[in-house]
Design a protein around this ligand. Structure first.
Ligand SMILES: [Fe+2]
Ligand SMILES: [Fe+2]
Length: 291
């Protein structure tokens, strides 16, 4: 590529975006320790409960979810350990990720035109849809799909200031070429929010399949080791029912052709699936509440 002034500016901005990712604060040590424990084959409900107990906010959240009406238990949990048994390690992992990301995901993102908690509501809608779709399509770990859905747009937190600075140009490129924002980001910045999210996930040392699901959520790739995870998030992002006035193409709510192949879907299956998803989502209502 010839080094024109425009290219130099673009290169500098890409470097700046990557530096912004490296400046992201590390995850709280308590959360990292707990996530590691949940992956340890020797972990028990007692060792997990002991680590949860070190974090007040997480303790309150775990007890609230374990005692929520959605689970249908009549007797409240007496201890954190009982709550861990009730919910299982997979759901505890989702609650840890929700606790550490709820604050940042609730911020107002002016570049993306998202008000307070706008990204949180979208993230939980996509996470819940990914969980439901994972169950419906026999993916073995629906909670993993939940976490991937929850974190899929995390790159927007970093890219927001850059989108904000060039908003008018981005909006006119979207309208003129009928492109979703992520494709315009890629053209303008050399990276889109999915790519930035993948870098952030690497920075935080998230598991590889989670990092890849974030990285490829708009364009799943059949070569990924867990190709179905990225495809489920892509499908959930497209089908999650949301109040929306914007054109679905411009809003990026489109199913990538590779998703259809990976999940063995045909166009005729989509409308009934979306209808059943809409009906199935009420059980996830509680998860919209902030931890
Ligand atoms: Fe996205
Ligand atoms: Fe999204």
């Amino acid at each position: 590529m010839p080094m024109t002034p425009a290219n130099v500016t673009a290169r500098r901005r890409l470097d700046e975006i990557i530096r912004s990712v490296h400046r992201l604060r590390p995850l709280p040590a308590s959360a990292t320790r707990l996530l590691k424990e949940l992956d340890d084959p020797h972990a028990t409900a007692r060792t997990v409960a002991e680590l949860i107990a070190l974090d007040q906010a997480l303790t309150a959240y775990v007890l609230k979810v374990a005692n929520s009406a959605a689970l249908g238990y009549l007797i409240p949990c007496a201890s954190i350990q009982e709550a861990v048994v009730r919910l299982g390690f997979q759901q505890i992992r989702s609650l840890v990720y929700s606790t550490i990301t709820a604050g940042p995901l609730s911020a107002r993102l002016s570049g993306y035109r998202l008000g307070d908690q706008g990204l949180w509501y979208h993230s939980v809608a996509v996470a819940s849809s990914a969980h439901w779709l994972a169950t419906a399509l026999h993916y073995p770990d629906p909670e993993k799909a939940y976490v991937a859905g929850l974190l899929h747009d995390i790159g927007k937190l970093v890219l927001d200031q850059y989108v904000m600075a060039d908003y008018n140009q981005i909006a006119s490129m979207m309208r003129a070429n009928r492109l979703p924002m992520w494709q315009v980001e890629e053209r303008l910045f050399g990276i889109d929010h999915a790519g930035v999210g993948g870098l952030a996930a690497t920075h935080w040392q998230f598991p590889t399949e989670l990092t890849e699901a974030i990285r490829y959520h708009h364009a799943p790739n059949a070569d990924l080791p867990d190709q179905r995870l990225a495809a489920l998030v892509n499908l959930a992002n497209a089908l999650a029912p949301e109040d929306q006035t914007e054109d679905p193409v411009l809003a990026g709510k489109i199913i990538h052709p590779t998703t259809m192949v990976i999940l063995k879907l045909t166009p005729e299956k989509i409308a009934p699936l979306a209808e059943r998803l809409k009906e199935g989502l009420f059980v996830y209502q509680d998860r919209l509440q902030l931890p």
